[in-house]
Write a protein that binds this ligand. Structure first.
Ligand code: NAD
Ligand code: LMR
Length: 327
C-alpha cells in the first residue's frame, strides 16, 4: 500500500460535499490501492451535521479510507494535505447571479488562502465555492503556495457542453472532445463550439445547423446553473461534485493525446488575458498536477466576442474584491 493521500474538503456538511466525500473515500478517484485520509472543514454550527456524515462514511467500511477528521479551523484542516477542495460557501438562490455572492463569500478565501501555507508541498487546490474564479484569485493572492497550484472549476460547464453537443449530434458523449469554456464560471462564460470535436471532426462540420450554436448552445450552457436552481429549488450538487472529481482526475493523470480539458488557472498572458487573472482555458496535464495551456486556437467571431466580454467581467470582479487581495 502506498502513502495515504490527504484530501481537505471544505463545506463538508454541505450538499456538494455529500456527493463527493463518499466517492473520494471509496477508491473510485485515486484507485483501489491508494489509501485516502479525509480532512473536513466546516463552520461551528455545522459540526453536528458533519458528525452524521462521518458516521455514514464509517458505515460504508471503505477499505481505502485510512482516516478522517473534522475541523472548524482551516489551519488544522489544511495541515499536510495533498489536495484541497474549497467547496464551503453560500450558494446563490433563484434570481441571483453568482457574482452577487462576491462580498458574502470572498472573505472566506482570505483566511483559507493563508491557511493553505500549512499544506504539503505538492498541494493542488480546486475552488468550487462561487463566484469560484474570483474566490480562487483571493485564496491564491493570500497564500504562499505557487499560483499555478490553484484552479477554479469550469469542468461542470465543460461536461454540460459535452452532453449538449453529443445530444444534438446524436452520438455518445465519449465521442465529444476538446471542449473549451473560456473565462469565468458565470453567465458570461464563452463556450467554444468551433474548437470542440465530435468524432474527431470540428463540431460545426458535424452539426450543420450553425445558428444552433449561438441561439441555443452558448446561452443554454451559460444559464444552465440558473435553470437547475429554478427546477430543483437548490443549486446543482451531484453534478458539481462529479465535475470537481473530474478535475481531480484530470490534473492527476496525463491528458490523453489529442484532447484537453477546461479549468480556470492563473493567466501568464496566453490569449491576451491579463497576467494573474483566474481564467478558464484549454489545458493539458502532465499527470503530476502540473498543466500547460493549449495555445494557438482561433475562435469563431461569436466566441471571441464573448471571450472579450468575460475578460472584462473578470477584471471588474477583481476590482470589486481589491481590498481582499494581498497587496
Ligand atoms: P451548501 O449550502 O449545501 O453547503 C455549503 C457548506 O459550506 C455549508 O455546510 C456551510 O456550513 C459551509 N461553509 C460556509 N462557510 C464555510 C467556511 N468558511 N468554511 C467551511 N465551510 C463553510 O452549498 P453547496 O450546494 O454545497 O454549494 C457550495 C458552493 O459551491 C456554493 O458557493 C455554490 O454556489 C458553489 N457551486 C459551484 C459550482 C461550480 O461549478 N463552480 C457548482 C455548483 C455549486
Ligand atoms: C452551477 O453552475 O450549477 C453552480 O455554479 C450553481 C449556480 O449558482 O449556478
Amino acid at each position: 500500500m502506498s502513502q495515504p493521500i490527504r484530501v481537505a474538503v471544505t463545506g463538508a456538511a454541505g450538499n456538494i460535499a455529500y456527493a463527493a466525500l463518499f466517492r473520494l473515500a471509496s477508491g473510485e478517484i485515486f484507485g483501489p490501492d491508494q489509501p485516502v485520509i479525509l480532512s473536513m472543514l466546516e463552520i461551528p454550527p455545522a459540526m453536528g451535521a458533519l458528525e452524521g456524515v462521518m458516521m455514514e462514511l464509517e458505515d460504508c467500511a471503505f477499505p481505502t479510507l485510512a482516516g478522517m477528521a473534522a475541523y472548524d479551523d482551516a489551519e488544522k484542516a489544511f495541515d499536510g494535505v495533498n489536495w484541497a477542495l474549497l467547496i464551503g460557501s453560500r450558494p446563490r438562490g433563484p434570481g441571483m447571479e453568482r457574482s452577487d455572492l462576491l462580498l458574502a463569500n470572498g472573505p472566506i478565501f482570505v483566511g483559507q488562502g493563508k491557511a493553505l501555507n500549512r499544506a504539503a508541498d505538492d498541494v493542488r487546490i480546486e475552488v468550487v465555492g462561487n463566484p469560484c474564479n474570483t474566490n480562487c484569485l483571493i485564496a491564491s493572492s493570500n497564500s504562499d503556495v505557487p499560483a499555478e497550484r490553484f484552479s477554479a472549476m469550469m469542468h461542470l460547464d465543460q461536461n454540460r457542453a459535452q452532453s449538449m453537443l453529443a445530444g444534438k449530434a446524436g452520438v455518445p458523449v465519449a465521442d465529444v472532445s476538446c471542449v473549451t469554456i473560456w473565462g469565468n464560471h458565470s453567465a458570461n462564460q464563452a463556450p467554444d463550439y468551433g474548437n470542440a470535436k465530435i468524432g474527431g471532426k470540428p463540431a460545426p462540420q458535424v452539426i450543420s445547423d450553425t445558428a444552433w450554436f449561438t441561439d441555443s448552445f452558448m446561452p443554454d450552457i451559460q444559464k444552465r446553473g440558473a435553470k437547475v436552481i429554478e427546477a430543483r429549488g437548490a443549486s446543482s450538487a451531484a453534478s458539481a461534485a462529479n465535475a470537481c472529481l473530474d478535475d481531480v482526475r484530470a490534473f492527476s493523470r496525463p491528458t490523453p493525446e489529442g484532447n484537453w480539458f477546461s479549468s480556470a488557472v492563473v493567466s501568464h498572458g496566453a490569449y491576451g488575458v491579463d497576467e494573474g487573472l483566474i481564467f478558464g482555458m484549454p489545458l493539458r496535464s502532465t499527470g503530476n498536477k502540473d498543466w500547460s495551456v493549449v495555445e494557438g486556437l482561433s475562435m469563431e467571431a461569436p466566441v471571441k466576442a464573448q471571450f472579450d466580454k468575460v475578460l472584462e467581467e473578470l477584471r471588474h470582479e477583481r476590482d470589486v474584491v481589491k481590498e481582499l487581495l494581498k497587496k
